[in-house]
Design a protein around this ligand. Sequence first.
Ligand SMILES: [Zn+2]
Length: 119
Amino acid sequence: MDQYVKTVDLYDKQWKALHKLEAIRLVVYLGLLPYSMIVGLILRPFWSRSFSEGLLAGLLALYLMPLVMAQIRLLRFPCPRCAKRFFTNAWFVVGSFDDDCAYCGLKKFANSENKSVPK
Ligand SMILES: [Zn+2]
């Protein structure tokens, strides 16, 4: 009989999703200045006030779309332990930079209590 027990953290999947969302947010945020500079350099020869302002606003909105989507998903991120919203316990949104669950106090990226499951 196989007595092998696989060690699995039950929260791994949720924490990986959280890592991914935070990475998207960080990359988009840090890339905003280089993106703006590149777009500005590309559009500079074609610059005319009426044409470029609308185009710049559209390109900026397009660039920021992943950030907005990631932020919305972060604010709705369910706690792996209690399944309620991890970052807020209010109807309005405060922020998504907390280090523990707003309901049960689970620390961000904490291991689950039950780590071993039979394979
Ligand atoms: Zn919780």
